[in-house]
Each structure stands twice: as structure tokens, then as C-alpha cells.
Design a protein around this ligand. Structure first.
Ligand code: PGA
Length: 253
């Protein structure tokens, strides 16, 4: 698998900004075929961004959604069905910590969403991560890291794996995003993220691509990309700036 760099725009950008951002990223990454880039704009801009991206397609750029409904259709005001996204996106972020926190998404709903995505040919990127920042000593040298400090992400991976068939598991991507590092300018360390990713792999019991997310920037992207258990990055704030995001993609290429 080529390194995967996913830009999660969250609830940001106007329509005009979205089109400029998407075109700018496309121009910037077209010469990095060694990296696969996914842009996840807000739902209302998906078709406009698809137009901007597909006018002169870059083979290493595709689109993703930030969420899907756990239901397929019906009286669910405000929800977006996976059926509406089929053919438009190749990926979907599921169970982001902001959705788990603000919208009370449960592991059961997350498994339902993953199954729906896979049944419609869309690759799910499922977010897991602990809430509490570990001690500085553990961040610097995670050899003392124990499973009890990672109870939350390990349980999230366990719930996911238990709910999926082996064919479904093969399509799964996990984003390890320590919640304390999201949007805080305080990323984890490469060593720590790698140690956690290894424990998540062991919990899964099969080879699982794991992305790191949490205050990734051009300046620290390499630190994570060099780790043996990390297959790419999920980028929030820095994905809203063309040059910063392109530099992150370049680091992966
Ligand atoms: P951040 O967000 O890069 O702004 O920390 C990452 C995420 O929430 O996916």
C-alpha cells in the first residue's frame, strides 16, 4: 500500500474556498505518484470538489466523506446515506472522536456504518484513540507503555474486529488519533504512535493499515511516516492550507 494521506476538512470552508483548496492540492500533488491522497470536504461541497478534482484527474487523488448514516434510507432527518455517496467517494471516515464525543456514536453504530460502507464499495477509515495524554517519559520512550493505558483504543479495535467478517476486516483502515493530540498543536511522538499502532495490530490479530492523526504538520509528518507500523496520516487543521498539506504529501512521497 502506498502511504495514504487523508485531509479531514471538518466543518470548514465556503464553497469557493473548497474549490480553491481542492484544485491547489491537486496541482501540488500530481507529481507525487508514490503517495495516495484523499480529501474529505463537508458533504455539501463533495460534488463541487469532485468536479474540480476530476476535470483533469490526478490518479493519486480521491475523495472521502467525513461520516455516513448508520441507516440506508428513510425518515432520518439530516442524515446522509452511503447510497448517496456511492460513486462519489472512495473512502469514508467513521467514528471520528468528535462524532463519538459530540454525537455520542457508539461502537455498535460504528460497526454498522463500516459494514454499510464496505457493502457499497467505500473503504472505511475508523478512528480510535485514548483521551488522556501519557506521561512525558512514556511519550519519549514507550517501552513501559501498558495495555491498561490504552484501554479505550484497544476496546474500540476489539469491538470493530468482533463485528466484522474476515472479508470485511481485509478492507479496514484504522486511524490512531490520540484525542489529546487533536487540534492542540501537541502531536504524539513517532515512537509512541508506533508503539500504540503495534499494540492495536496485536489486538486486531491481522495486518491492519494504521494511520496516525493528531496535530500533524509539515514539520512533524516524517517523524510518523518513518515508523514501521504507520501507513499514513489523517490530517485536520493542516489540510486546510494548500502549501502545508502539499508538503505533508511530499514527505510521504
Ligand atoms: P488535527 O485533526 O490535525 O487538526 O489535529 C486531526 C483529526 O481530527 O483528524
Amino acid at each position: 500500500m502506498r502511504p495514504l494521506i487523508v485531509g479531514n476538512w471538518k466543518m470548514n470552508t465556503t464553497l469557493t474556498e473548497a474549490a480553491i483548496l481542492a484544485s491547489g492540492v491537486k496541482e501540488g500533488i500530481v507529481s507525487f505518484p508514490g503517495v495516495e491522497v484523499v480529501l474529505c470536504p463537508p458533504f455539501p461541497w463533495l460534488t463541487a470538489v469532485a468536479d474540480a478534482v476530476h476535470r483533469r484527474p490526478a490518479p493519486n487523488l480521491s475523495l472521502g466523506a467525513q461520516n455516513i448514516s448508520w441507516q440506508i434510507e428513510g425518515a432520518y432527518t439530516g442524515e446522509v446515506s452511503v447510497k448517496m455517496l456511492q460513486g462519489l467517494v472512495g473512502y469514508v471516515i467513521i467514528g471520528h472522536s468528535e462524532r463519538r464525543h459530540y454525537f455520542h456514536e457508539t461502537d455498535d453504530e460504528i460497526v454498522k456504518k463500516v459494514k454499510l460502507a464496505l457493502a457499497h464499495g467505500i473503504r472505511p477509515i475508523v478512528c480510535v484513540g485514548e483521551l488522556k495524554k501519557p506521561a512525558a517519559a512514556i511519550l519519549a520512550d514507550p517501552t513501559e507503555l501498558t495495555a491498561s493505558q490504552l484501554r479505550k483504543p484497544l476496546a474500540e479495535v476489539e469491538a470493530l474486529v468482533d463485528g466484522l467478517t474476515s472479508a470485511e476486516r481485509r478492507q479496514l483502515i484504522v486511524a490512531y488519533e490520540p484525542v489529546w493530540a487533536i487540534g492542540t498543536a501537541e502531536a504524539a511522538t513517532g515512537y509512541y504512535a508506533n508503539a500504540v499502532a503495534e499494540m492495536l495490530q496485536e489486538e486486531a490479530g491481522f495486518e491492519l493499515p494504521i494511520l496516525y492523526g493528531g496535530s500533524v504538520k509539515a514539520g512533524n509528518a516524517r517523524e510518523f511516516l518513518h515508523q514501521s507500523n504507520i501507513s499514513g496520516l489523517l490530517v485536520g487543521g493542516a489540510s486546510l492550507k494548500i502549501s502545508e498539506f502539499v508538503k505533508i504529501c511530499q514527505a510521504a512521497a
